[in-house]
Design a protein around this ligand. Structure first.
Ligand code: NIG
Length: 410
């Protein structure tokens, strides 16, 4: 056999996360006790217990896991890392009792970030996003979805998606673009709101599709943002162009958004703090992935937390995300999200871990992500902890010791 380019050995276990999701979460982790991994040409060449003969040559790089466990690179399936400006004043106002919606209705919130982001050049936005992506990488994230939504004109939304593409070439985390033209009504838009929605549908989406700038089209359905009918029109148009639907729904107010996501065949329904039992049943029937963002529930002081336990018990696949953004979740901390998903949403540590691995991959419609399989991408994380259970338990702390992306030790 050809010796591997890189091996990872001395692990307590290798969690492949390639088991059946329908059964027990612990089984879906599909661990290989005392496992090892062989990597060649950026792919996983071998997974098992005893490295095969001839696996190692003088050129093979070795990672000694020193008894820590190994798992797939994390998939952060909902982020807004491309933005300029600062909203620490709003954080302070929320701490003193103002709500996220009150701040938005007074002209702050997303509109404030839009003004700062429009004023920034593409190079400035890249420079601001790079450290955020680096922090995600240090938390074990090897693939992240990134939304536009802070431009809110055709040209500035395109600029943000081009920045996402450029960022994909300038740092190791693989990026998946999402067009979020309907994130908020543009602060300076003087025409009727229908005119802005039409601009997104008739001008922005075709340009995004032609340039393949986004895999997903997203809409924020909320009192301060867009209605069911506006979201339906936008996501249906996106679908016709091959841009897949997903939605921010039932976040701050209960709005039947989960049912809308199910009706539209959305790949994901995100947030869901206010989802109803009917909404849960609708997601299950439609096969839509629920994406929970518990750091934003905490940071935006928007109780209750999403009913993760009820979603999992109903058989809805539950993914987790950091939702990095300047307003509702100014944090790249994957482990805080996992810990909150356990403590506040009722997930088990295994379910929370799957939320950033196998189910994160499903949320991006890419089953090669968030799993370790022979022939699959060699994106993996080595932890300075012998069990995944430590991650939410070591609350908000980072136990990543090594990250391997596309077969390269970073
Ligand atoms: O996912 N809910 C809408 N979008 C973001 C918040 C954006 C912002 O406040 O800037 C979210 O929480």
């Amino acid at each position: 056999m050809q010796p591997f380019d890189l091996i990872v050995h001395n692990a307590s276990e290798v969690l492949t996360c390639n088991g059946e999701l329908r059964g027990k979460a612990e089984d879906a982790l599909a661990p290989i006790p005392q496992g090892a991994v062989g990597i060649s040409s950026g792919r996983i060449a071998w997974l098992g217990t005893n490295l095969p003969k001839g696996a190692v040559s003088g050129h093979t790089q070795e990672v000694d896991a020193k008894g820590g466990f190994v798992g797939p690179g994390f998939v952060d399936c909902h982020t807004h890392v491309v933005f300029a400006g600062d909203r620490s004043d709003e954080f302070e106002a929320r701490c003193q009792g103002k709500t996220y919606l009150e701040i938005a209705q007074a002209g702050g919130g997303i509109a404030k970030t839009v003004r700062a982001t429009r004023d920034a050049t593409a190079e400035e936005l890249i420079a601001l996003a790079l450290p955020r992506l680096d922090r995600l990488l240090k938390h074990g994230v090897t693939t992240a979805e990134v939304k536009s939504g802070y431009g809110l004109t055709v040209d500035s939304e395109l600029k943000l998606l081009e920045v996402v593409r450029a960022l994909g070439d300038r740092q190791p985390v693989s990026l998946v673009g999402t067009v979020l033209g309907l994130h908020a009504l543009p602060p300076d838009f003087s025409g009727p709101r229908e005119a802005y929605v039409r601009e997104v549908i008739d001008e922005l989406l075709p340009k995004v599709a032609t340039a393949s700038l986004a895999r997903f089209c997203d809409v924020f359905v909320e009192q301060s943002a867009f209605t069911h009918d506006e979201a339906r029109a936008c996501l249906t148009a996106g679908k016709t162009l091959g841009v897949l639907p997903r939605l921010h729904v039932d976040q701050l107010t209960a709005n039947g958004g989960a049912q809308l996501a199910a009706e539209l065949g959305a790949v994901t329904a995100d947030h869901l703090e206010q989802i109803s039992p009917e909404g849960i049943a609708a997601l299950k029937a439609a096969g839509t992935v629920a994406v929970l963002a518990p750091t934003s529930t905490l940071f935006a002081r928007a109780r209750p937390f999403a009913p993760g336990r009820a979603l999992v018990d109903a058989g809805v696949p539950v993914a987790l995300c950091t939702n990095v953004n300047p307003g509702s979740s100014n944090s790249e901390n994957v482990f805080l999200a996992m810990g909150l998903a356990c403590v506040e949403c009722g997930l088990s540590p295994a379910e929370a871990y799957l939320g950033f691995t196998q189910v994160g991959g499903l949320a991006l419609r890419d089953e090669s992500l968030g799993r370790l399989v022979e022939g699959g991408p060699a994106d993996l994380v080595v932890f300075a902890a012998d069990s995944y259970r430590t991650l939410p338990y070591h609350f908000g702390m980072n136990d990543v010791s090594h990250v391997v992306k596309s077969g390269r030790l970073l």
